[in-house]
Design a protein around this ligand. Structure first.
Ligand code: SAM
Length: 316
C-alpha cells in the first residue's frame, strides 16, 4: 500500500495531512502564488463535453432563477478555468460580466481557444470578441483574479443585476458575511443564484460521508481556511441567513448525504422518499460521533448534501 492510501485510511493522519497542506496553501497565497487545480474543470474534457458542461451550467442558472436570459451587470464568482458561462450571459443580453476568483485555475490556452472558437461559431458570438475568440479578447468581461468574494463585494462599490456561483460558496472562508455583502451589491430587482455542494470534496473519501462534521471547529478551520476546502456552512445556516437577509428567496435540495446521484433540485418535501430514507440512515449512522454543533441539527438538515439558494432583492 502506498503512503497516500495509508494516510487516507486513517482520520487522524488525514487531518494531519490537511493541516500541513493548508499551511502550505496560506504560504503560497501570502507569496502571491494564485495558481490552483481547483476549478480546472475543462482540463480533462473534450470539446463536446466542455460545451455540454457550459450549456448545463448556464441552463441551470436560468431554470433556478426562472429567467429567459440575463441582462445588465452580472457577477460570476469562482468561474474556474473558463469564461464560457460569462460569454453565454453576454451573448443573451448582459451588458458586462465581472468574474471574481480567489485563485487562478490552471488552464491550457490552446484548449481554451478551441472552446471559445466553438462556442462563438455555435451561437454566433463573434461580435463579443476583440479579434480571434480567446480568453483575452472577450469584450465586456472583467476578471478580478486573486480577489476572494469575501473582500470583493464589500469593497467593489458596484451593483449587479445577477450574482451567480456554482460549486463555489462551499469554498469561501466566510460565506455568510460574503452573502451579506452580495445582498448589499444587488440592484433593486436583482437576483443571486448559488448552487452549493456541501459534501467533503473527497477529504475523507475512505470514511463515512459526514466525517468532516466530527471535527472540532478549530481543527476544521486550520485544515481548510487557506486552501479553500469545504467550510461546513450547511442548509440551516443558509436558511437563517435568507430569513434575516431582507431578500425574497428559496432553498432547494440538489444532493443528499450518502446518495451518489444528483437530484433535480426541489424542496425537501418533494424529494424521492427512498433517497431521503437512505440519506437519513446515513446521518443516523454517524450522529453519535458528530461534534456538538452538528449534533444539535436535525437529521433532515444534516441529510442535505447540496442545495440551490435563489434570492431576489425587492424593487422598493
Ligand atoms: C470547484 S471550482 C468551481 C468552478 C466553476 N464554477 C464550475 O462549476 O466548474 C471553485 C472555484 O471557486 C474559486 N474560489 C474558491 N474560494 C473562493 C473565494 N473565497 N472567493 C472567490 N472564488 C473562490 C476557486 O478558485 C475555483 O475557481
Amino acid at each position: 500500500m502506498n503512503m497516500r492510501a495509508i494516510i487516507k485510511r486513517s482520520v487522524p493522519l488525514t487531518c494531519a495531512y490537511y493541516l500541513f497542506d493548508d499551511w502550505r496553501a496560506r504560504r503560497r497565497l501570502a507569496a502571491g502564488q494564485l495558481e490552483t487545480n481547483s476549478g480546472a474543470r475543462h482540463a480533462k474534457l473534450d470539446i463536446d463535453a466542455s460545451l455540454a458542461y457550459v450549456a448545463r451550467v448556464y441552463g441551470d442558472y436560468l431554470a433556478y432563477g426562472g429567467l429567459q436570459h440575463f441582462s445588465g451587470s452580472v457577477a460570476e464568482i469562482g468561474p474556474g478555468d473558463n469564461f464560457a458561462v460569462a460569454l453565454r450571459c453576454l451573448g443573451a443580453g448582459a451588458d458586462h460580466v465581472h468574474a471574481i476568483d480567489r485563485w487562478v485555475s490552471r488552464r491550457d490556452a490552446e484548449a481554451q481557444r478551441r472552446i471559445y472558437g466553438a462556442l462563438s461559431e455555435q451561437l454566433n458570438l463573434a461580435h463579443l470578441f476583440d479579434g480571434a475568440p480567446g480568453e483575452d479578447t472577450i469584450r465586456s468581461l472583467t476578471y478580478h483574479a486573486g480577489q476572494p468574494a469575501e473582500t470583493f463585494f464589500c469593497t467593489c462599490g458596484l451593483h449587479f443585476d445577477a450574482i451567480l456561483s456554482r460549486a463555489v460558496m462551499e469554498h469561501l472562508y466566510d460565506p455568510l458575511t460574503a452573502l451579506d455583502d452580495m445582498a448589499n451589491c444587488l440592484a433593486p430587482g436583482g437576483i443571486m443564484i448559488h448552487r452549493i455542494d456541501l459534501r467533503d470534496h473527497g477529504m475523507f473519501a475512505d470514511h463515512h460521508p459526514l466525517t468532516l462534521l466530527t471535527l472540532s471547529d478549530s481543527m476544521h478551520r486550520r485544515m481548510t481556511r487557506g486552501a479553500g476546502r469545504p467550510n461546513r456552512v450547511l442548509i440551516n445556516d443558509y436558511r437563517d441567513w435568507l430569513e434575516r437577509s431582507g431578500l425574497t428567496g428559496e432553498l432547494t435540495v440538489s444532493r443528499l448525504a450518502g446518495v451518489s446521484e444528483e437530484l433535480d433540485s426541489a424542496p425537501w418535501t418533494a424529494l424521492d422518499k427512498s433517497a431521503k430514507y437512505r440519506a437519513l440512515a446515513c446521518v443516523r449512522a454517524i450522529r453519535p460521533r458528530l461534534s456538538a454543533k452538528f449534533k444539535a441539527m436535525t437529521d433532515e438538515d444534516l441529510a442535505v448534501a447540496g442545495l440551490v439558494l435563489v434570492a431576489r432583492k425587492n424593487i422598493a
